[in-house]
Design a binder for this molecule. Sequence first.
Ligand code: PEP
Ligand code: MN
Length: 414
Amino acid sequence: MTGPTAPRTAAPAAPAPAADPARFRELPARQQPDWPDRDALHAVLAALPPQDLVTRESVAELRRELAQLDAGGGLILQLGDCVEDIDTDITSATCAKIAFLTHFRSHLRTRTGRHTLAVGRLAGQYAKPRSQNHEIAGGLTLPSYRGPIINAPQPTRQARRPDPARIAAAHTAARTAYAAIADHHRATAHLDPLYTSHEMLLLDYELRFLRPGADGADRADGADGTHGAGHHLATTHWPWIGARTRHLDGAHIAVAAALANPVSVKIGPDTSPEEAAALARVLNPCDEPGRLTFIARMGHRDIERLHPVVRAVHRAVEHVHWLSDPMHGNTVTASTGFKTRHVEHIIAELTRFQQILTDTGRRPAGLHLEATPEDVHECTEDGREPTDPARYRTLLDPRLNPQQTARVLAHWFA
Ligand code: PEP
Ligand code: MN
C-alpha cells in the first residue's frame, strides 16, 4: 500500500498477535492509575476487539514522509484537544476536527509555500498525566481527573474512581473516530492523508495493541537501520511520550525505543542537555531520519534553555525534528479562576523557538498546539481572560479557538 488512495485505517482482518510485553512490565511506569479492581481491568483488556486501529503500512508511510521532510523543506502541523471527550457524538466531533486540521494545513501551506503534514491529537487522546494526584474540585479534595479512558471529570469521589469499563468505552470511541477518518480518506483520495497521534501513557491499554516486529525482535535489540524493524503500535500512527514519563529508566521510553512507529518526546525546562542527548541516543540509535521528534514546551520565560539542549542533542545524533509546543509551558490561573494561557506568551515562545533553532543551524519543523474548532474562550487574549463557563468547555487544558489558532500560525516564519 503506497499510493495516496490507500486507506489509512485497518480493514477488518485477522488480528495480529500481541508482542510479549513482559519485559516492559518489569520497568517502572509512572502516571499509571491505581485500578481498584485489577481482575476487572484484565477482563476488559482481554475482551477488547483485537483489530489494529492503524495499519503497519500507514505508519511506514508516515515514517517515509518524516524521513523526507527536511529534504523537501516540509512542515508538521500537529494539533487537537488536550483531552478528547468520548461522551459525545464521536463521528460528528471527528469530522469537525478533521475539517479544522485540514483547513489549517492548507492555511499554513499557502502562507509558507511549504508542504505541510497534518497530524491530529485525535482518535485516542484519552489519558492524561497529572502533576498532582489530588485536586480540589467542587470544594472537595478528590483524585485528579486522568482522562476519559480512566475516570470522569465530575467532582465526585465516584466519578474520579478509575473504572476499567472506561477503557472499553474509549476504545469504541477510537474505533468510531478511525472509521470517520477512513471515510474522509475515501472521499479525498487525491489529497494528502492525515495522521493520528496521542500521548502513549496508559501502558496496560497500549501494550494490548503492540504487535511484534517482522523479525520478532525489538527494535532496540535488533535494529539495523532499516525501516520496518521493531514493534508496531497499532493504536496510533505517531505516539508521543509526555514530559512526566520521559525517564530513561522507565517503561514508556523502553516501549518507545522498541517501536517501528515514529516517536516524539516532550522536552520541558527541567530537561537537561545531557538527558535530552541520552534520549536521542536511546530512541534513535541508528540515527535514522524521521524516526525521532522532540517537542519543546519550555514556556516563554524558559525558552532560552532550548539552546544548550539542541546543541547537546545534535552532538549525539544528526536526525531529530524539532517542534514547538508553545502551550504547555505557559499555563497560568486567570483572575477569574480558570486555567488559561496568554496568546501573547504562546506567540513569544513560538517566535524564540524558531530563532533559536535557526541560530543553532537547525530547521524548526513545525508546531504542536492545543486547539479546537469550537468557538471557545479558554486562552486569554489582549488581557481578555475567560469569564463565561459556557465558552470554557475544555476537559483539562485551555485550547486556542479558530481565530486564535490563525493568529498564532501567522507567527510561523521559518
Ligand atoms: C499534553 O500534551 O497535554 C501534556 C500533558 O503535555 P506535557 O507532557 O508536555 O506536559
Ligand atoms: Mn494539555
